[in-house]
Design a protein around this ligand. Structure first.
Ligand SMILES: *Cc1c(COP(=O)(O)O)cnc(C)c1O
Length: 377
């Protein structure tokens, strides 16, 4: 059983054929409009700009907020390198804060101590699509005049207190990499919730030109007006993504079934073996992006993955901490107190296979493989 298998809804080929037949293959055609409209509706966003990846959407967020060398951006150490790269590329300093032991999210109780007079933004990464404490983070951002950004790569379809993840930050980013719930192989989006940032984001995405305004007929010619690059995906990718987003319910139902089966059927084994299952606070709805288990110590964790591999189950660890990674040490700074929980979780967390299309029989075999492992005491 592989860890992930990219799911196809069945509509992708038809939409790809439609895009090919239209002859319009560059970006910002009808499928881009369709996918963006679907995302706006799901997220309640002012605008959603499709991008070539979540990494590029994060890069765009640093440009949109005009981050300068020496500015500081608070983010979790337990995340994908792109979350930090985006700001380091502008010369800004990622300031790494530890995660909570329960949700594995940025520990909001540690954020305020990391704020300095150089701090410009806080990036919330919703690990496994379980929302960060957005009320607490929004309060800190408000008190210190900081921008809130959401790296919502995991969180499409999730909510915090009834509101979609991706709708809290001035900006949020989505990933449509093939390991994410909805995908187009490689892709992403910049979600804009602050109307004042739309024009600037459009310029950055269109090579630093106001071409998007020109296409809308708002101006006669377009010019190079600011820094930017080419962040818009081809219509072929937008067509593929449209098929996925239109069938998002099917994708989600399949993932949720597997997640719930693991959660229920592993509970007793987890309790008996000192293993932590995911924690979803009652005011949050998660999107079944990941199913992970945190083993009680590094040796048990390594033994667990070997045991599963021997039984044909591909289970994997996840992020390596950024704060003590070579580039983290070079470009970032660690908040006071360090990131001990991040270091522990990185060594002890294992993710199980989770995708739409995993059969009941396969889930049975994975549950049997997991529960046949005994943690040595
Ligand atoms: C997957 C992921 C990214 C990067 O997404 P790409 O679309 O591959 O660039 C960034 N942040 C997080 C939290 C992710 O999980």
């Amino acid at each position: 059983m592989p860890f992930n298998r990219a799911f196809l809804t069945g509509a992708e080929l038809h939409y790809l054929e439609t895009a090919l037949a239209s002859g319009t293959l560059e970006g910002d055609g009808p499928f881009t409009a369709r996918a963006s409209a679907l995302l706006n509706k799901m997220l309640g966003a002012v605008a959603t700009l499709l991008a070539t990846s979540c990494s590029h959407a994060l890069d765009m967020s640093a440009l949109v907020l005009d981050l300068q060398p020496g500015d500081e951006v608070i983010l979790p150490s337990y995340t994908f390198p792109s979350t930090a790269n985006a700001y380091a590329l502008r010369g800004a300093v990622p300031v790494f804060v530890d995660c909570r032991p329960d949700t594995i999210n940025l520990d909001e109780r540690l954020v305020e101590a990391a704020v300095t007079d150089r701090t410009r933004a806080i990036v919330a990464v919703h690990y496994a699509g379980v929302g960060c404490d957005m009320d607490a983070l929004a309060g800190i951002a408000e008190r210190h005049g900081l921008r809130l950004i959401e790296d919502n790569a995991h969180g499409l379809g999730a909510t915090y207190r009834g509101k979609p993840l991706g709708s809290f930050g001035s900006l949020a980013t989505q990933s449509f990499h093939s390991t994410k719930n909805a995908h187009c192989g490689e892709g992403g989006a910049l979600v804009i919730n602050d109307p004042d940032l739309v024009l600037q984001a459009e310029i950055i995405r269109e090579k630093g030109t106001n071409r998007t305004q020109y296409y809308r007929g708002e101006i006669d010619r377009y010019h190079w007006v600011d820094l930017g690059s080419s962040y818009l995906p081809s219509e072929l990718l937008a067509a593929f993504l449209t098929a996925q987003l239109e069938n998002f319910d099917v994708i989600q139902a399949g993932r949720m079934r597997v997640w719930n089966a693991y959660h229920d059927r592993l509970a007793e084994w987890a309790a008996d073996n000192g293993v932590a299952q995911p924690v979803v606070p009652v005011d949050r709805v998660h999107p079944a992006h990941l199913y992970f288990l945190v083993l009680p110590d590094p040796a048990a964790s390594a033994g667990f993955r070997r045991h599963l591999a021997d039984l044909g189950v591909q289970a994997t660890s996840h992020y390596q901490p950024l704060h003590n990674a070579p580039a983290g040490l070079r470009f970032g700074r660690t908040a006071p107190g360090g990131c001990p929980t991040t270091e522990r979780v990185a060594r002890q967390l294992t993710r199980l296979p989770l995708y739409t299309g995993l059969s009941d029989d396969q889930v049975d075999r994975i549950v049997a493989a997991v529960t046949s492992y005994r943690v040595a005491r």
